[in-house]
Design a protein around this ligand. Sequence first.
Ligand code: NAX
Ligand code: K
Length: 500
Amino acid sequence: MKPLYSVAQIRAVEQLVAATLEPGALMQRAGQAAANGVLALLAGQANRSVLLLAGPGNNGGDALEAAANLAGAGAGIDVAVIYLAGSALASAETAQALGRAHDAQVRFLDALPDSAPALVVDGLFGIGLARALDGAARVMVEALNALGWPVLALDVPSGLDADTGAIVGPDGVALRAGRTLAFIGNKIGLHTFEGRDVAGEVEVASLAIDAHYFPPASAELNQAALFANQLKPRANNSHKGSFGDVAIVGGARGMAGAAMLTARAALYSGAGRVLVAALDPGPAFDSVQPEIMFRDGATYPLGVGTLVMGPGMGGSALAMDMLARALPGAAALVLDADALNLIGASVDLQKRLGARTAPTILTPHPLEAARLLGISSLEVQRDRLAAARAIANRFNAIVVLKGSGSVIAAPGGAAVINTSGNPGLASAGTGDVLAGICGSLLAQGWPAREAALGAVWIHGTAADRLVSQGIGPIGLCASELPQAVRAVLNELVYGTAKNG
Ligand SMILES: NC(=O)C1=CN([C@@H]2O[C@H](COP(=O)(O)OP(=O)(O)OC[C@H]3O[C@@H](n4cnc5c(N)ncnc54)[C@H](O)[C@@H]3O)[C@@H](O)[C@H]2O)[C@@H](O)CC1
Ligand SMILES: [K+]
């Protein structure tokens, strides 16, 4: 498990542990871990100057401890500190760390130096950030963001809400770090919404705290281990009926492409047979992917198999009627795009959705999630985990809240944050592809939660693979994803790249 903790949980662990140690011991461990991290990043670099920013609280104390350690490390490092003490009295630990930094002959500066240090260490604010950055801290953060000097954030990048990944506002700023060294445990906000961009690569320094001090995690990071029990090699004695039927209910006039992308994704991720149940007369077949069959949506049986409803479905009376018929049925459902908007606008459809017993996956983006919850998309983004959990609980379904650090939530609250994927996925049609993978895995017998976890991970990893081959992120097309999805899935099952 790759656990994620809330700030309240980290504080509780810290209190328990601190009571068993000498005062300041945890800060000294944090400072040592930070210094070790800096030394590793500086290895082999000619530029040996490090600028540490220390704020008024214990995050600043960590930076001062790190400064003292670096100055005393005998590694030829020029250590400078900017200490923004604020008006409140520093904690005893931070005051002690300040004394150690002075004793170690660290240079204290009033302003940013003229030339770039090898590394900036951000110890301005951590989990104690209580409001938007202002004054000197804000000026410094804006200047550093403009300069683009490499930054290692201690615990949390200054300005970021460690619980939600939102930049603390209103009108807030956060220091963009290339790396973050999180103390005690990994934090939710480093991995979703603005968190991924602001925190960069995240490492955890547990400060030698024993596992038994930790409560059950609030959430966890997605990884293949979470759906590995579904990754089964295929028997030689299998046939197309062994891997399920997926029908894409969509393709209203002018939107046939969305249903086609979903269908191709379902096919390339291994469904036995893939059909498009089209709402309006459209193409009779897909000339690129002739395996896909086309049916008249109005007469398509909606009670069996796996249905992906929504991509290019539109908001017609027929779309509404098909949803109303499918929701009480026994078919496994993936509901996306227009299906979610129709449900968001209809109390009747919401009731039918909540009463379902067959497997159901909802794949809203933040605006669709907002419509389902009757709130604004800004409110969804301000606490993505809470929003995903609320939808999962209200509609008794597995939810994939899309966006940077997609959140997968199940009824009852278990939440997982995805780590794969890149900005190449911020383009039209990639959501249709994701819905197709979800449907395909459901049709192959995966339980809904594993199907959602697997689909999101594979979809993001496929995009990452394309980018590593020079295909995107700029201009990555949704239609390029299915083949990469196939390669990733086969690699997961058989251990080597195939069909790529
Ligand atoms: N509590 C723990 O679990 C441990 C904490 N450590 C470090 O201490 C940090 C938490 O320390 P603190 O609770 O002192 O919190 P911070 O150091 O994050 O900052 C809180 C201080 O900043 C002030 N403040 C908050 N927002 C402000 C703003 N926008 N502008 C100006 N001042 C603002 C507060 O009044 C307070 O004085 C952790 O992130 C971590 O780096 C480590 O030393 C190890 C143990
Ligand atoms: K920080």
